[in-house]
Ligand binder design. Structure first.
Ligand SMILES: Nc1ncnc2c1ncn2[C@@H]1O[C@H](COP(=O)(O)OP(=O)(O)OP(=O)(O)O)[C@@H](O)[C@H]1O
Ligand SMILES: [Mg+2]
Length: 310
């Protein structure tokens, strides 16, 4: 339905988005996951034709949208990262303003406003001024605004950052319902693996402007669960021991820490015997051995060789 082809953005000398290929099939819920500065918002701005790509293309049903942006604007509902509402107006008045901006016909606008307020659960607060709303409620009004013109694709840019847990749950449930019961196609941007796990059937992981991994939830979780991180505390360290550990068949990566080594290996628990044996030979004692539950951090470490910057 929607597809980016080698989509790139350069600001002066800095490549912020680097030949990104991603696609959305109709009815899918897709996650775009990445740390601060990965290039997520820039990618979304280019998809929604708010920002012109340096190179590459965005296609809607096979047709380029770069030169003709009106069609994609009708199809997309975008919830931006920054809240853009008029503080001195009521929720209702804000939605009326956005409805006109999206060119929703006057005759149906009233009905649409009530419909989207119902979806985000703020119908009874519509007369109140935005400035009296919590951050989470404002975010929900932003979502409502993006739904007014009945978009086929909803794009949300980190909609749950910095808001209360109740609003966060409400937003997650709303997005899930829009996808599951109304068949809306969703692109959901987040820092949080657990949100994407709950909402999305496919995920792209982005870092430094590149898609560094993609796949269904199961495919990505299998990267996570097939590898363990083991923290080993040692009486002292030696280069020989490090080389011996590196050479073990299950070991993928070894790094020094202040106490010993951080090892990434397949089936970490079964590594202990080999480690004890190798350390014994060097006369080194293992003081502590801890297998960490795999996390997104570990995927990043594995894929990029460094920790998730946040
Ligand atoms: N208009 C601009 N001019 C110059 N650099 C920019 C501009 N917009 C974004 N950048 C840079 O591009 C990089 C990617 O920014 P972007 O906002 O797309 O990241 P992000 O993944 O959305 O991050 P976050 O999670 O913090 O929202 C950052 O290093 C940012 O400083
Ligand atoms: Mg962003």
């Amino acid at each position: 339905m929607l597809e980016t082809i080698k989509l790139s953005k350069r600001f002066k000398d800095k490549k912020v988005v680097d030949e990104v290929n991603l696609y959305l099939n109709k009815g899918e819920s897709v996650g775009l996951l990445g740390p601060n500065g990965a290039g997520k918002s820039t990618t979304i701005s280019m998809i929604s034709s708010l920002l012109r790509p340096t190179s590459g293309d965005v296609k809607l049903d096979g047709k380029s949208t770069i030169k003709n942006s009106s069609e994609i604007r009708n199809v997309l509902g975008v919830v931006p990262q920054e809240i853009a509402l008029y503080e001195e107006l009521s929720a209702y008045e804000n939605l009326k303003f956005f409805g006109r901006a999206y060119r929703v016909k006057k005759a149906i606008l009233e009905k649409r406003i009530q419909e989207v307020l119902e979806i985000v659960g703020l119908k009874d607060r519509q007369k109140e001024l935005i400035k009296t709303f919590s951050g989470g409620m404002k975010r929900r009004i932003n979502i409502a605004a993006a739904l007014l013109h009945h978009p086929q694709i909803l794009i949300l840019d980190e909609p749950t950052v910095g808001i209360d847990p109740q609003s966060r749950n409400h937003i997650l449930e709303t997005v899930q319902q829009l996808n599951e019961t109304r068949g809306m196609t969703v692109l959901y941007t987040s820092h949080y693996m657990e949100e994407v796990e709950q909402l999305c059937n496919r995920v792209y992981i982005m870092d430094h402007g590149n898609i560094i991994a993609s796949g269904t939830k199961d495919e990505l979780l299998s990267i996570l669960s097939s590898e363990d991180t083991i923290l080993v505390e040692l009486s002292n360290r030696s280069d020989t021991l490090m080389e011996t550990i590196k050479a073990l068949p299950k070991v993928l990566q070894v790094e020094e820490t202040s106490e010993g080594f951080r090892i990434i290996a397949r089936k970490g628990k079964s590594l202990l015997n080999d480690l004890v044996h190798a350390a014994d030979k060097e006369g080194i004692q293992i003081l502590n051995y801890q297998v960490e539950i795999p996390s997104l951090e570990d995927v990043f470490l594995h894929l990029t060789g460094k920790t998730l910057r946040d």
